[in-house]
Design a protein around this ligand. Structure first.
Ligand code: NAD
Ligand code: UGA
Length: 458
């Protein structure tokens, strides 16, 4: 079969895999190849046991793989045979040298650019799918266009806005697709090629085009705004606990103002995930580089409140449990950074588990999808840790339950049975405010939500 377009994606992670599966599904006349340096990841994408858990992803991959979607480790061949190349390699926070702990580590990104340059035998459109500091495209263009051999590269910015747990829905019905390009003839032509790909299933009015720097920056700013809302409501949750207000009632009242909106106002143990923290720190670093210290301080406070909220959760546990956790057994319900994913990157549960172990508590970790990652995250951490998938068995004999991920399955368990199996007095710390607190209290639990008055029997 001859395909109308041949598309390559470098980086088969949480973004590359699902995004390309969606393009392959919506555009059966395109051939889509996803390559990665990690052979195990590629083997998993080619197996029945995909490397990531995401609702509806299995079905999408099963319907397209081998038809017009291919996973491979042949990067060189992929570059040679495809003229449209998405790059969705990881861009973590730098852990060494200048900017350590703040700036984006662009080594994977630059290596990819150099590979594209080395193996290309024809002109290409190269698309930044990874989240990058503003003006990265300039560096990319300089690397790619450094040879005078008639091959030219047009660099586009096309940031990804999917959220884990809802990735397939977000990809199928995106709020917007953003495409940034140079405003030259070639840049505009390349931009149109990418618009045409998305136009196969995304309504035209949702495909937004812009200058390339605005596009790069909009991705960082979108994540910063989302995280800022969470830190704002979490900051208020601390005040609610002092003032005997209820943060859910406050967020409802505030969110009903149509200028503010109701989403992303759920108080919690803090945001996790691979991106919010790294992208805000990246923004902060950029601002400082440009000498905008007041702007940098403003955004950095979003991360500081997030750290504060996690530490506050531990302090509330300690305070409620008579100022000592030593020798007490605490069950963690949920380890993933949010529900409907097995991803634990930057999960608040990692911090909370470590802090509980520092206090010499024993912990029992429970999660329906994230136990494998939890084991890796806690490797080498000293203390008593058990992993039990069943939440009822996990809670047996424990002094307290800390609910850390808002999995639906925790909402309607047999709380009477759980209470009877626990050490007394039994505590629940609902870090996501998803349980029926009154019901748990009536059964006998001492209940500590976030940002609401506790319900205690003392
Ligand atoms: P990931 O770590 O899951 O995947 C990145 C993949 O790139 C890895 O499999 C890695 O082996 C591969 N890779 C690294 N260098 C390579 C190279 N030179 N050649 C081939 N493969 C290489 O990361 P992710 O979560 O998919 O994120 C990728 C980018 O997308 C990041 O910049 C992130 O900020 C952004 N993003 C992520 C999400 C999300 O929900 N995870 C959403 C939007 C944007
Ligand atoms: C986030 C953004 O929502 C995506 O648009 C973006 O593409 C992505 O980051 C990225 O760049 O990686 P994601 O991190 O997958 O997506 O998940 P979110 O739904 O944003 O949740 C992030 C964290 O915030 C989770 O820990 C979640 O539990 C927490 N959260 C979310 C709250 O504590 N309260 C809320 O009201 C909402």
């Amino acid at each position: 079969m001859t395909f109308e377009k041949r598309i390559l994606c470098i980086g088969a992670g949480y973004v590359g895999g699902p995004t390309m599966a969606m393009i392959a599904s919506q555009c059966p006349n395109y051939r889509v190849t996803v390559v990665d340096i990690n052979p195990e990841r590629i083997a998993a994408w080619n197996s029945d046991n995909l490397p990531i858990y995401e609702p509806d992803l299995d079905e999408l991959v099963r319907a397209t793989r081998g038809r017009n979607l291919f996973f491979s480790t042949e990067i060189e061949r992929g570059i040679r045979e495809n003229d449209i190349i998405f790059v969705s390699v990881n861009t973590p926070t730098k852990s060494f040298g200048l900017g350590a702990g703040m700036a984006a580590d662009l080594q994977y990104w630059e290596k990819t650019a150099r590979q594209i340059l080395e193996f290309s035998e024809s002109s290409k459109i190269v698309i930044e799918k990874s989240t990058l500091p503003v003006r990265t495209a300039l560096a990319m263009e300089r690397i790619l266009n450094c040879r005078e051999n008639g091959i030219c590269f047009d660099v586009l910015s096309n940031p990804e806005f999917l959220a884990e747990g809802t990735a397939i829905r977000d990809l199928e019905h995106p709020d917007r697709i953003l495409i940034g390009s140079r405003e030259t003839d070639n840049g505009l032509k390349a931009r149109q090629t990418l618009v045409d790909i998305y136009a196969n299933w995304v309504p035209k009015e949702r495909i937004l085009t812009s200058n390339i720097w605005s596009s790069e920056l909009s991705k960082l700013v979108s994540n910063a705004f989302l995280a800022q809302r969470i830190s704002s409501i979490n900051a208020i949750s601390a005040l609610c606990e002092k003032a005997e207000a209820d943060v859910a009632e406050v967020s409802r009242a505030v969110g009903m103002d149509s200028r503010i909106g109701s989403k992303f106002l759920n108080a919690s143990i803090g945001f996790g995930g691979s991106c919010f923290r790294k992208d805000i720190l990246n923004l902060v670093y950029l601002c400082r580089q440009y000498g905008l210290d007041a702007v940098a301080d403003y955004w950095e406070s979003v991360v500081k409140i997030n750290d504060y909220q996690q530490e506050r959760f531990i302090r509330n546990m300690l305070g409620a449990m008579f100022n000592t956790l030593a020798g007490k057994r605490i069950c963690l319900w949920g380890f993933a950074f949010k529900a409907n994913t097995g991803d634990t990157r930057e999960s608040p549960a990692i911090f909370i588990a470590r802090r509980l172990l520092e206090e010499q508590a024993e912990i029992v970790v429970s999660d329906p999808k994230a136990l494998k990652n939890a084991r890796t995250d806690l490797t080498g951490v000293s203390g008593q840790i058990r992993y039990v998938e069943d939440p009822l068995l996990a809670a047996e004999g424990c002094h307290a339950i800390a609910l850390l991920t808002e999995w639906d399955l925790y909402r309607n368990l047999d709380f009477k049975k759980i209470f009877d199996s626990m050490a007394k007095p039994a505590f629940i710390f609902d870090g996501r405010n998803i349980l029926d607190h009154r019901r748990c209290f009536d059964i006998g639990f001492n209940v500590y939500p976030v940002g609401k008055p506790p319900l205690t029997h003392f």
